[in-house]
Design a protein around this ligand. Structure first.
Ligand code: ADP
Ligand code: MG
Length: 699
């Protein structure tokens, strides 16, 4: 059996160089195999042939069998059309063509019997079908029987080259008819058997030409399983290899620094979840394996404290530590709060960002090399090659969805033995996505908020409530609270964005002359931004008008009201992040979502979820369902290892878990995949990786 991935689609009968070019450009189809893996997006039941007298208004696509009784061209110019009267003895129906008139006139004859397929519509008491699919009944021609007709996605450009769904189907048929042998299996035989899967050959035939719905379901199951299986195998194999081959620093002891902090400096009792996570991390770093751990914790759950205490363990073992944040504001907030928590402890902590002065920078570089500098906090600036450590043992990445996998890997290389890595995120990652994109990381979860937090009250207002809202703002500020007002950021038109924000500022200034209002946005210089933030954080300004630059991590516990303008323009996760800026103190906090009256269904759903739920995980799941996984922040850059053509990581979450379990058992029995029956797995992994690379080169 030849390898279908090496057979050029150009040579499939009916294709040729021109169509091959279109297939390649539009669908990335180059080989027979690529075509077989171009799956239908829907099926229509053709198991039944209807009689013309049975047609009623409810009919969608149906199949009929009969003869052409007459053929006439009517109308002129653009209105010109070919009309055929079609009959099966029980009634008459009109078939209409606006295009291909000459061609159809030549092809159709009165003697032959035809199977036609299309969607009838009623006009003045007569039914008609425009541009029906039509085929002569010819018992002698070989044909694959299929009760459910597959429909394939095509593009305008493809249709211009006569590559419609029907043409694709014919090509699929061509492949199956020319290959009498079986298409080679891509899963180990024992797996196919053990999990009762349809073999690949039958699954591919069935998915393109299903004979019944039940078999179709089995075929789809097999193909989806395989896709998810290889994604999991790829991730878990890497993870197994890494933990086997890469040594990690051993942090053998909890020493003076940690203990001194724990007994003298801890400003509050740790939550149970914080304690558990610190324990999990301590176990990891004691094993001699390199830690790669994802720490998930909703906004305000106290991840910074965990980060600090973990860094102190590194210090106790004579290693340096660094903490990387996505923005300068956040990095300097981390520096401040960490310095405050450390009080008089003699620990050298410094900040390095893009705007650090040359002299500071040089001093930091020198102190890092000598080992004097123990904790470095900063932004992307930490990744630069000039930043070299004497002995880096622990890297913490905050709000990791802003960093790509490649950037994480860069940090690894900052020591000959890679440092332990803890990635912290407040964007709760839905389970399926965590299993897929971050499936190589161990996961810890802080599932508990510090005590005394009151759930944030969320309300959705239309603009007509503006006066009530202003009264409410006045009341809260009079009680001593502070208020955020956030405007959306439109990437395509920064100018318009700025206009919104500027107008917003003007409005707040005129509505609240008695209070101080300040503003931050992404285009300010870091120093200006910091000054404005400082004004708000210190309580000098009561109102902060901002774009989403404040979305991540900003901590002003006295701020208790978050107003989100044009809330319809934000995604759910982003709304939740923004809301997380309030509710950090002991006071009752509020989040007000402002929208216009006109809202799409999606927007209505989003607003309802926000009003109803404070739970980040619930919101992330809902977000993924609404938007689809491809859209979630972080997925584009981290990406899936292989493209999914039939499975869907939201809908097929359960199957993904199943595939992961199957893979885990395989790797437990054969971690290096050396057993003969598992060679097929190595082969397939290599092939998938090569395909992915080829396409990333071409497209
Ligand atoms: P996030 O997980 O969003 O980064 P932070 O680390 O900024 O959260 O913590 C939010 C606030 O909660 C901070 O003001 C922090 O000092 C406080 N906090 C953290 N842990 C506790 C705790 N165990 N008890 C009380 N307050 C805590
Ligand atoms: Mg944080």
């Amino acid at each position: 059996m030849s390898d279908l991935s090496t057979l050029d689609i150009t040579y499939l009968p009916g294709v040729g160089p021109k169509r091959a070019e279109v297939l390649k450009r539009e669908l990335k189809i180059q080989s027979y195999e690529d075509l077989l893996y171009h799956f239908p997006y829907k099926y229509v039941d053709r198991s039944r042939t209807y009689l013309i007298r049975e047609i009623d208004n409810s009919a969608s696509h149906i199949q009929l069998k009969g003869k052409v009784a007459s053929l006439n061209t009517v109308g002129t110019g653009k209105g010109q059309r070919l009309v055929a009267k079609f009959t099966d003895g029980t009634g008459v129906l009109e078939l209409i063509w606006f295009k291909y008139i000459d061609k159809m006139k030549k092809i159709l004859d009165a003697k032959s019997e035809y199977i036609i397929f299309g969607k009838p519509s009623a006009f003045k008491g007569t039914y008609s079908i425009v541009h029906p699919e039509m085929e002569k009944v010819d018992e002698s021609k070989p044909k694959i029987a299929s009760a459910l007709q597959a429909f394939y996605n095509t593009s305008e450009k493809m249709k211009n080259s006569y590559l419609n769904s029907k043409a694709i189907q014919k090509m699929q048929q061509g492949i199956f008819l020319s290959f009498k042998g079986a298409i080679s299996e891509t899963l180990p035989a024992y797996i196919v058997k053990q999990y009762n899967l349809m073999i690949l050959d039958s699954a591919l035939r069935t998915v393109h030409f299903p004979t019944d719905a039940k078999l179709l379901e089995q075929a789809q199951f097999r193909l989806k399983f395989e896709e998810l299986f290889y994604i999991q195998l790829n991730i878990l194999k890497q993870k197994t290899q890494r933990s086997k081959n890469i040594q990690g620093h051993i942090f053998g002891k909890v020493g003076d620094i940690f203990n001194q902090f724990f007994f003298n400096n801890l400003p509050f009792e740790l939550t149970g979840a914080q304690k558990r996570v610190i324990r999990e991390i301590r176990n990891d770093v004691g094993t001699g394996h390199q830690m790669n751990r994802l720490l998930q914790g909703d906004v305000g759950s106290g991840k910074t404290m965990v980060a600090l205490m973990v860094m102190l363990i590194a210090l106790d073992n004579n290693f340096q530590a660094c903490l990387m944040a996505p923005t300068e504001i956040l990095a300097s907030q981390h520096l401040e709060s960490i310095q405050e928590m450390l009080k008089e402890m003699p620990i050298n902590v410094k900040l390095l960002t893009g705007s650090s002065k040359k002299k500071e920078r040089e001093q930091i570089h020198a102190e890092l090399l000598s080992g004097e500098l123990q904790i470095l906090i900063g932004t992307h600036a930490l990744l630069e090659d000039v930043v070299q450590f004497k002995n880096l043992g622990m890297v913490i990445v905050d709000e990791q969805h802003r960093f790509g996998v490649a950037q994480r890997a860069k940090l690894w290389r900052k020591n000959s033995i890679p440092p332990h890595v803890l990635v912290m995120t407040a964007t709760p990652i839905p389970r399926t996505l965590a299993m897929t994109v971050y499936g190589d990381l161990d996961v810890s979860v802080i599932d508990e908020l510090p005590p005394g937090r009151k759930p944030i009250e969320t309300k959705h207002y239309f603009h007509n409530k503006r006066n009530n809202l202003n009264q409410f703002i006045k009341g809260e500020i009079t009680k001593g609270r502070q208020v955020y007002v956030v405007y959306p950021l439109i990437e395509e038109s920064e100018k318009m964005d700025f206009k919104n924000l500027a107008e917003g500022l003007e409005y707040m200034l005129s509505a609240f002359p008695e209070f101080k209002t300040t503003m931050v946005h992404g285009r300010m210089k870091p120093a200006e931004k910091d000054a404005a933030m400082q004004e708000f954080a210190s309580g000098k300004a009561q109102i902060l008008v901002a774009t989403t630059v404040i979305e991540v991590g900003v901590n002003v516990p006295n701020a208790s009201v978050m107003i989100i303008e044009s809330a319809e323009r934000f995604g759910l996760s982003q709304l939740h992040q923004l809301r997380g800026r309030v509710g950090r103190g002991a006071e009752q906090s509020y989040c007000i979502l402002m929208t216009g009256y006109k809202m799409g269904e999606d927007t209505k759903k989003r607003m309802r979820i926000m009003v109803d739920s404070n739970d980040g995980f619930e919101i992330a799941e809902a977000d993924m369902k609404l938007r689809g996984p491809g859209d979630l922040e972080g997925t584009q850059q981290s990406g899936l290892p292989f493209e999914l053509k039939i499975a869907n990581i939201t809908r097929d979450a359960q199957l993904m878990q199943h595939a992961r379990n199957v893979v885990e058992v395989i790797l437990e029995n054969d971690p290096d995949l050396i057993k003969p029956e598992n060679q097929i797995l190595n082969k397939q992994l290599t092939k998938l990786a090569r395909q992915k690379m080829n396409w990333s080169l071409i497209s």
